[in-house]
Design a protein around this ligand. Structure first.
Ligand code: AMP
Length: 387
C-alpha cells in the first residue's frame, strides 16, 4: 500500500494560511521546526510569507482558490482579518479552519463586534451607529466632542478614521468617510492602552500571555512593553477574554485591545488572530504567540506563556533604521519581514530584551535615539522609561 509523506507524519502537518503577510511569515518561522509545511493564499506575488512555503496567488474573494487551498492542506488559519466570510466558510466546509469563521465574521464589523461585547456584559467605548449625516449629528449630541468617526468595516492601523473636535473636523470627516457605513465613538481619554493575547487548544486548554502596554502613533502601533500591569488588571483582562473564547467556541490565538481608564478595561477592538502587540513573545516568552497558535490549531499540547525576561518591541514603520547601529545595542533581536519599504507600512520590528527593568530602560533609550523619528518622544510616555 502506498502512503503519502503527509499521511505518514503523525497528526496534522500541512497548514493553509489565508494571507501571506508578516503574520503568516512568523507563523511559518515558528511552525517549520514543529514539522509543519505551509501554503499561503495571497493576491500578491510578492507576499512576504511566500519564501517560507508555497504561495497560491489569488484574490481573497476567490472562493474556488480557497477550495483548492483546502484540498492541499490538513488544517487552515488566516493572518488577515478582512478575508471575506464566504471564502472562509467555503474553506471551512472542506477542512478545519481555526479560529472559527464565526469569530472572523464578527470582528469585521465594528458595530457587530461591540454588540457581541455588550451582549456578554463587557464594557466598550460608548458609540453610535452612523448611516447618514443626521445620525452623525445625533451621535455628536449624544457622545459630545471630541469623538472618533470610523468605518464599520475594513479599517486598520488608524486608516478609515477621523477625530472630530469641532464643526470644521465634522465637515472634513463626513467628506472623507460619509459614503460608507460608519460608527461614531466617544474619544476616550485613556490612562494607557494595553492588549491581552490568549491561546486555546482544540481540547479547551487556555493560556494567557502577560498584558502588554501599547503606544500608538497616528493610529499605528509603535511600541509594546510586556508585563507592565498589576495582577488585578491581568485577572480582569483574562476574565473578559475567557467570555469571548467561550462565546466563539474558539481555537487558536485571540487578541483583545483595551483602553485602561481608572483601573477599568474598555475593549477597543477584537483581533481573532496573532497580533503585532505579541511580537515580543518570540524573543521574550517561553513559547511565542506564533508557535502556540500553530500548536493549538494542529492539536499539539500548548507551551508556557510566561515572560522569560523584560521585553520591549519597536515597530519599524515605513523604513528600516540602520541595522548595524541598532544591533550594536545589547539585547536587540532584529526582525526584517522582507517587504518593500512604503510610508505607513509595517516592514519589521526589533525586540529589546533585558534582565531588569532598569537595564531595559537604559538600552531602550539608546535604541530609541538610534532609531530616531518619533521613538524618543513615544518612549518618554511610558512610565519608568524616560531618563
Ligand atoms: P483602532 O483602529 O480602532 O484600534 O484605533 C487605532 C488607535 O487609535 C487606538 O489604538 C487608539 O490609540 C486610537 N483610538 C481609536 N479609537 C479611539 C477612541 N475612541 N478614543 C481614543 N483613541 C482612540
Amino acid at each position: 500500500m502506498t502512503q503519502s509523506v503527509q499521511n505518514a507524519l503523525p497528526g496534522l502537518s500541512r497548514v493553509g494560511v489565508l494571507g501571506g503577510g508578516q503574520l503568516g511569515r512568523m507563523m511559518a518561522i515558528a511552525g517549520i521546526p514543529l514539522g509543519l509545511k505551509f501554503i499561503f493564499l495571497d493576491p500578491s506575488a510578492e507576499a512576504c510569507a511566500g519564501s517560507l512555503g508555497q504561495l497560491l496567488q489569488a484574490e481573497f474573494s476567490d472562493v474556488d482558490a480557497a477550495r483548492r487551498l483546502a484540498a492541499m492542506v490538513d488544517v487552515a488559519t488566516f493572518d488577515f482579518e478582512n478575508v471575506p466570510q464566504e471564502t472562509a466558510q467555503a474553506l471551512a466546509q472542506i477542512k478545519p479552519l481555526y479560529p472559527p469563521s464565526k469569530a472572523l465574521g464578527s470582528c469585521q464589523d465594528r458595530v457587530v463586534e461591540k454588540e457581541i461585547l455588550t451582549g456578554l456584559g463587557i464594557r466598550v467605548t460608548p458609540y453610535h451607529t452612523v448611516s447618514s449625516r443626521t445620525d452623525l449629528l445625533d451621535g455628536l449630541d449624544k457622545l459630545g466632542y471630541p469623538a472618533v468617526l470610523k468605518t464599520r468595516r475594513l479599517g486598520y492601523d488608524g486608516k478609515g478614521q477621523a477625530v472630530i473636535r469641532d464643526q470644521e473636523d465634522l465637515e472634513r470627516a463626513w467628506q472623507q468617510l460619509g459614503d460608507q457605513e460608519l460608527i461614531l465613538e466617544a474619544f476616550v481619554k485613556f490612562d494607557a492602552e494595553c492588549s491581552l493575547i490568549a491561546v486555546r487548544g482544540t481540547g479547551g486548554e487556555t493560556r494567557y500571555w502577560p498584558l502588554t502596554r501599547n503606544v500608538h502613533s497616528e493610529g499605528i502601533l509603535a511600541l509594546s512593553l510586556a508585563g507592565d500591569f498589576d495582577q488585578a488588571l491581568q485577572s480582569q483582562a483574562e476574565g473578559i477574554i475567557l467570555r469571548l473564547l467561550d462565546h466563539f467556541d474558539y481555537t487558536g490565538v485571540l487578541t483583545l485591545e483595551f483602553f485602561v481608564l481608572d483601573d477599568e478595561l474598555l475593549v477597543n477592538e477584537i483581533a481573532p488572530r496573532v497580533h503585532n502587540s505579541g511580537h515580543w513573545t518570540i524573543d521574550g516568552a517561553q513559547i511565542s504567540q506564533f508557535e502556540n497558535h500553530m500548536r493549538a490549531i494542529t492539536g499539539m499540547p500548548l507551551g508556557g506563556t510566561a515572560a522569560n525576561c523584560e521585553a520591549l518591541m519597536f515597530n519599524w514603520i515605513g523604513h528600516l533604521p540602520a541595522r548595524a547601529q541598532i544591533l550594536s545595542i545589547p539585547g536587540v533581536h532584529w526582525h526584517d519581514y522582507g517587504k518593500a519599504a512604503r510610508p505607513g507600512r509595517k516592514i519589521g520590528h526589533a525586540t529589546l530584551t533585558a534582565e531588569s527593568r532598569q537595564e531595559l530602560a537604559v538600552n531602550a533609550r539608546r535604541l530609541a535615539a538610534a532609531a530616531g523619528g518619533m521613538f524618543p518622544c513615544l518612549l518618554n510616555t511610558i512610565p519608568g522609561m524616560n531618563a
